[in-house]
Design a protein around this ligand. Structure first.
Ligand code: SIN
Length: 291
């Protein structure tokens, strides 16, 4: 038995695990995330995260300090370049009060893995609901390993060695001065990632382009690049690769950002206030490319 298998077996003993869909997602009960984790619990959660790709918890009324402490069990925490709380820079607030009373137009450009505009995109994220609408505002998660696996052999052959360009230009609209916009562009110029990433811990192949941060296929003309990306962006939208999570205050989703994408469903008219801590990842490696 490998250490990973032992940790996964321990997880079944330590918590109540309820898988939510065949492809990904499990709810974990009988754990209090406000408390420091011992090494066995930390290892078991890490193994469960690799196995189920996204873990869900209810009733976790964490303080901001406890949220940060929980995330820090799994690695160094990021500070987001655009959104962070002044007193808690590791916390990214997602507050949607400005949408109250307006129906937010649904957009395709919402499926993403976090921070792929970074040279070393996030390894994992821990999202906590502080205020949730009584109805709506769910988040859908997709298994990007299954999304790759089920592509045709012909498409896999086309994309296995390709490189894509990512950038954070989607955030420019939130910056209120040219100086801030220039600073973001200077801090995060376009970055190259393999279109198919090899997961650094499981060795699985992952479809690693997303509709928020991926701009184009490197060295391809625009029409060809747009057509291929449209096909690949569509692949994560298949319901059989997904799990959908309805939030209540104190609910948490903890996802492996290297193996999943997610979509925040914009169908609500009441306040929604989420806070995220995000764990630093590593440089994505492709199947055979130098990346
Ligand atoms: C995120 O993209 O990290 C937030 C998703 C959500 O608000 O549901």
């Amino acid at each position: 038995m490998t250490a990973y298998q032992a940790d996964l077996a321990a997880a079944q003993e330590l918590f109540r695990i309820t898988p939510l869909q065949p492809s990904l997602g499990a709810e974990i009960a009988d754990i209090d995330l406000s408390q420091p984790l011992d090494e066995a619990t930390r290892g078991a959660l890490h193994a469960a995260l690799l196995h189920y790709r996204v873990l869900f918890f209810r009733g976790q009324e964490l303080s901001r300090e406890q949220h940060i402490a929980f995330g820090a069990n799994f690695g160094e925490l990021e500070v987001h370049p655009v959104f962070s709380l002044p007193d808690y820079p590791q916390i990214l607030p997602l507050i949607s009060a400005e949408f109250v009373g307006k129906y937010r137009a649904s957009t395709d450009a919402n499926w993403h893995a976090d921070t792929t505009f970074r040279p070393e995109p996030s390894a994992a994220s821990v999202l906590l609901a502080r205020v949730s609408p009584p109805l709506g505002g769910d988040t859908v998660f997709a298994n990007a390993v299954a999304a790759y696996d089920t592509l045709s052999d012909e498409v896999k052959e086309r994309i296995d060695g390709l490189t894509a360009i990512h950038d954070p230009s989607v955030f420019i609209q939130f910056l209120d001065s040219e100086e801030k916009k220039d600073a973001l562009r200077a801090q995060y110029p376009e970055v190259e990632h393999p279109v198919v990433r090899v997961h650094p811990e499981t060795g699985e192949k992952v479809l690693y382009v997303n509709s928020v941060f991926t701009r184009r296929i490197k060295d391809w003309d625009k029409a060809e690049s747009d057509a291929l990306l449209a096909l690949l962006f569509n692949q994560v939208k298949r319901p059989e690769f997904q799990v959908r999570w309805s939030w209540r205050p104190g609910s948490i989703a903890f996802w492996d950002n290297r193996a999943t994408q997610h979509y925040a469903v914009p169908d609500y008219n009441e306040p929604r206030h989420m806070e995220r801590v995000t764990i630093v990842g590593d440089r994505p490696r492709g199947i055979s490319s130098a990346l």
